[in-house]
Write a protein that binds this ligand. Structure first.
Ligand code: CMC
Length: 437
């Protein structure tokens, strides 16, 4: 960390001594004030629920400028990666810090490909779930269960174990997501086919059956690969912070990633793509484009609890650069499939237009986020809505691993242990039960 010449001085109106706080400069982005000694020197904590002003770590992986609408993986703009690289190159970049050359790409692809099958026992574990279980419930269980199947890669403090766990997780997530899907529709699992691309193999495991081969359509494979790239990492979001916090206790990598999957499930985070599509279907049932006005009224009503899902972002207050790329892919896919007249797509476009012009959304800087479009793309590809978040988890796994490994390798890393402002009861005595009201 580079110290700044400037220091922050904290002073108190009650005359307590002031305290100088060091400031560190990032390579880009806001400086941070180092408050690590604050409690020891003043007996006070800082208070920042939701981490609105708190940098929880020092990272070199992903940078977001929410005002500019900029997203960089290891310094590379997301637009360039989406145009010029595939998902496995992006994984290599996130894990190792540099893009692979041709030989490194071939070797990495081979390594991942060699790990795509899962332990055959896992299918029996999967069979314990109800057929109608939500895929994210299944994924949380399956990813956590990997620690019971791959004992030789569970020591988070062993760099070799971490490397093998990383490759296993990246390689097996598509297989597990496809298995979760096949299980819910009652079809046999399809084993991976290693001469296909990462995205092509996933789509084949999803859509082929033992009696009918699936020929991946290149436009759709590219769209799926782009979904993976755009979701691969996103700085210290809720699920990534969960993975870091969980891993900080020294638990095994599979357990830490399972915690990330669980966090991602929430509708304010990864579950937004499913929630956005469900919302579109609800509006369609209410009467479609004609009823958008009524729906927007509900969204604006503070007492209704209705949100425009797929809109807004904690960090992007200009536009989500991933949304721009996903919108482009959305049009490509709908063109390729001749789906531009699909009522849900028409409704989405009408909703997008109205929201972008409405003062409520404009004044609050609420723009469509990546999930608004990724849901439409996935639906067009034939992915069931309940699987959307599992696909997000598949793609984000590499980011979680890169962030987890960065934390473990950081000499300043400590178990995460936030403190609190306590406003509950002061000490009191337990009364005998007969005297309690
Ligand atoms: N629809 C209607 N109003 C909204 C929305 C929305 N989607 N998002 C924010 N607002 C309003 C909110 O009510 C508040 O209004 P007011 O100032 O009058 O009280 C204002 O905008 C600021 O909202 P906030 O809750 O302070 O914003 P936040 O930064 O805490 O929340 C968010 C960000 C993503 C949780 C929120 O925008 C949201 O719930 N969006 C819908 C869910 C969604 O699409 N999430 C996916 C995020 S992208 C994928 C990912 O990275 O996980």
């Amino acid at each position: 960390m580079t110290p700044s010449d400037v220091k922050a001085t904290l002073s108190f109106s009650d005359g307590s001594p002031t305290m100088d706080l060091p400031i560190y400069k990032g390579s880009i982005g806001p400086d941070v004030i180092d408050i690590r000694k604050l409690y020891a020197q003043t007996g006070k904590f800082t208070y920042d629920p939701g981490f609105l002003s708190t940098a929880s770590c020092n990272s070199t992986i992903t940078y977001i400028d929410g005002d500019k609408g900029e997203l960089l993986y290891r310094g590379y703009p997301i637009e360039q990666l989406a145009e010029n690289c595939d998902y496995l190159e992006t994984c290599y970049l996130l894990l190792k810090g540099e893009l692979p050359n041709a030989t490194q790409k071939t070797d990495f692809t081979k390594l991942v490909t060699n790990h795509t099958m899962v332990n055959e026992q896992m299918q029996f574990f999967l069979r314990g779930f109800r057929r109608d279980a939500h895929p994210m419930a299944i994924m949380t269980g399956l990813v956590g269960a990997m620690s019971a199947f791959y004992h030789d890669s569970t020591d988070i403090h062993n760099a070799e174990h971490r490397d093998i766990a990383a490759i296993r997780l990246i390689a097996k997530m598509p297989t597990l997501v496809a298995m979760a899907y096949k299980y819910t529709v009652g079809q046999p699992y399809i084993y991976p086919k290693n001469d296909l691309s990462y995205a092509g193999n996933f789509m084949r495991m999803m859509f082929a059956t033992p009696c009918e081969e699936y020929e991946p359509n290149e436009v759709l494979v590219r769209a799926m690969d782009r979904i993976f790239i755009l979701h691969a990492d996103h700085e210290q979001n809720a699920s990534t912070s969960t993975v870091r916090l969980c891993g900080s206790s020294g638990t095994n990598p599979f357990a830490a990633i399972a915690a990330g999957v669980a966090c991602l499930w929430g509708p304010a985070h990864g579950g937004a793509n499913e929630a956005a599509l469900n919302m579109l279907e609800d509006v369609q049932r209410m009467g479609g484009v004609e009823k958008i006005g009524d729906f927007i009224k509900q969204v604006k009503d503070k007492n209704s609890n209705v949100k425009l899902m797929g809109f807004g972002h904690r960090v992007y207050k200009n536009y989500d650069p991933r949304a721009k790329l996903m919108r482009e892919t959305c049009h490509e896919v709908l063109d390729a499939l001749g789906l531009h007249n699909d009522p849900i797509f028409k409704l989405a476009m009408a909703l997008e237009k109205i929201a972008l012009e409405d003062d409520y959304f404009v004044s609050r800087k609420l723009y469509p986020n990546v999930d608004f479009y990724s849901g439409i793309v996935q639906r067009a590809i034939g992915i069931p809505v309940t699987l959307f978040t599992a696909i997000f988890a598949l793609a984000r796994t590499v980011g979680w691993i890169a962030q987890l490994n960065e934390m473990i390798g950081d000499p300043e890393y400590k178990i995460g242990r936030p403190r609190q402002l306590f406003s509950g009861s002061t000490p009191r005595n337990v009364a005998p039960i007969a005297q309690r009201r």
